[in-house]
Design a protein around this ligand. Sequence first.
Ligand code: PAZ
Length: 343
Amino acid sequence: MPGFIRTNEPDRATALDRHLPIQPPADIISESEYFEHTKPPEYLPKIEQQVDEFVNRHNGKRRIAVVTSGGTTVPLENNTVRFIDNFSAGTRGATSTEQFLENGYAVIFLHREFSLLPYSRHYSHTTNCFLDFMEEDENGKVVVRETYQKNMAETLKKYRHAKDKGLLLLVPFTTVNQYLYTLRLLARELKPAEPSKVLFYLAAAVSDFFVPSSRIAEHKIQSTGTGKLVIDLDPVPKFLRRLVETWIPGAMIISFKLETDEKLLLSKCRQALQRYGHQLVIGNLLQTRKHEVVFVTEKDAVPVRLSQDQIDDAVEIESVFIPKVIHRHSDYIDSKVQELQPL
Ligand code: PAZ
């Protein structure tokens, strides 16, 4: 069961290996060098087995989406007490996954452990504790409160459908290293499927900097000495190029770009497209990400915004833009079929 893989506990026995080649400080290493310098998470073979089963079940029968969600951490110690984190709660990824499932996709949900999950997100991490949705009836039985019955029944039905049909595979990560290794594994395992029917939807907030394993402290950093803690981080290699070119060529790849300065957003999205040659970048600003995104391709930049009425009615922007994503995926599949037609 995927739920039993724990990613948030340090891999004390195997993670730290001082025999690995030493990475020169602050050098920009290539994606392949990264994997030479860093050890894979020890649970990876278990995930491989789950992914194989999932792919065999769905391959050729339906489209498969790999949705990444939540933020990666950067441990500062191998026996990790402290780590660098980011704001992402996994709302985008979990909400989008529900939309993909409801539109016939099977979804591998590569998510930060303990971040929001599809369907259960409606009752966890909310302003209400999940117990607030329940009460005791006159016979002493715990039941769902009348006001929540309709919504919960609808959510439960969708959740059961996804679960009973094996349409959703939950794959956790905590650290950026676990994320990178698992993403590569997923892409490689999915390769045999008709590639254009596979969609990578990269909504996770992935750390740009990390402490290489050749320099990471083994134990909790002590506060004695100079009193200052100076953290020396190296850039995480740009793995997206590998995903597009070698890990799973032919799949449709959508990345997200988050900025806080509106002036930078479009140029950064275009820069990503040019660098990695994938199909679509969805840009969003931290401040407005729940109400507005922009679809950027080589040809154009198309904003998708909720109206004030939709915002007042608590419409989720993913319910508006995921149908557009799916439409673009259909066009992409058609274009690949046409490429194969004899002239
Ligand atoms: O997880 P969330 O809903 O709180 O935030 C979603 C998001 C802003 C992390 C996502 O839409 C996104 O932009 N991801 C890519 C971030 C980046 O690396 O630029």
